[in-house]
Ligand binder design. Structure first.
Ligand code: AMP
Length: 279
């Protein structure tokens, strides 16, 4: 497994590989790797000649300094994990390497960033747009892998690829969960034992709302009921929304033949977790 810290040496290496006709899969991450990441990595290793995993905690996509400072950093364990997955290349740039000059470019993804993660975390998707564009330009992958847990991020990157003519196949991978249904996340590592016991309620609530909707109950009533159940368990809601799967616009009901997504962001002991359920 090759480890690169500099953009220039990674570019030279990958240029040589592309000239040999090798296909390249890119898995962008912020490290503290878990089984969710490994599902993306396994898909890439299967579908490409070479897999590049980037590990970069992108400061530009954090709107909360404390969240950035507390983000788990486990680089030695991550490297061992990547080796066992037969990842070929790890790219671990420093902040100075990625952003040597003050950034002037600004993305505006319109409607998509006015709701949910966009409104809860102002500037977040601008940061995602920047770092993903840079990684796409540095790696020039054949395919890039993203998790459905961050469904709004996937839509943003689809828009980015279309607007900027990135000729990259985007692959969206199902959410990997713990045995009790909690979506795997690097942030789960920060939960206390008590919070960890309560956290699966986030996914449970989504499953119960889906059942309620299928019985014909109104989303607004289900949302009120579940918000209070979460609050009783010291889980506060940032948002809980029903959206169309196509463009993530808000809906109140599921029309026949239409796919919808329940999206949630909740906070336990100051730790922010997101999840969603597509049906
Ligand atoms: P992160 O390191 O949290 O920025 O995540 C890197 C990539 O892994 C993103 O595309 C995430 O959507 C994806 N990912 C994170 N958690 C999971 C999970 N539980 N299942 C599947 N993909 C995930």
């Amino acid at each position: 497994m090759h480890v690169f810290k500099e953009i220039s040496s990674l570019k030279v290496y990958l240029l040589g590989q592309r000239e040999l006709g090798k296909t390249i899969g890119l898995v962008p991450t912020m490290g503290a790797l878990h089984e969710g990441h490994s599902s993306l990595l396994k898909a890439s290793v299967t579908e490409n000649d070479l897999t590049v995993c980037s590990i970069f905690i992108n400061p530009v996509q954090f709107n909360n300094q404390e969240d950035l400072e507390n983000y788990p950093r486990t680089i030695s364990e991550d490297l061992i994990f990547l080796k066992t997955l037969e990842c070929d290349i790890v790219f671990i740039p420093s902040e100075e390497e990625m952003y040597p000059k003050p950034i002037k470019t600004n993305f505006n993804f319109g409607e998509l960033e006015t709701r949910m993660e966009g409104s809860s975390r102002p500037g977040h998707f601008n940061g995602v747009g920047l770092v993903v564009s840079k990684l796409f330009n540095i790696v020039s992958p054949t395919r890039a892998y993203f998790g459905q847990k961050d469904i709004q991020q996937i839509k943003i990157i689809e828009q980015l690829c279309s607007d900027l003519s990135f000729d990259i196949q985007l692959k969206s991978i199902d959410t990997i969960r713990e045995a009790d249904g909690l979506a795997m996340s690097s942030r789960n590592k920060r939960l206390s034992a008590d919070a960890r016991k309560k956290a699966p309620l986030i996914n449970q609530v989504l499953a119960e709302i889906e059942s309620g909707l299928k019985r014909g109950e109104a989303f607004i009533d289900l949302k009120t009921e579940k918000t209070s159940i979460l609050a009783k368990n010291e889980i506060s809601l940032e948002y809980l929304e029903l959206v169309s799967e196509e463009d993530l616009s808000f809906v109140q009901v599921q029309n026949k033949g239409e796919k919808v997504v329940l999206c949630i962001a909740a906070v336990l002991e100051g730790i922010r977790l997101i999840d969603n359920r597509i049906f």
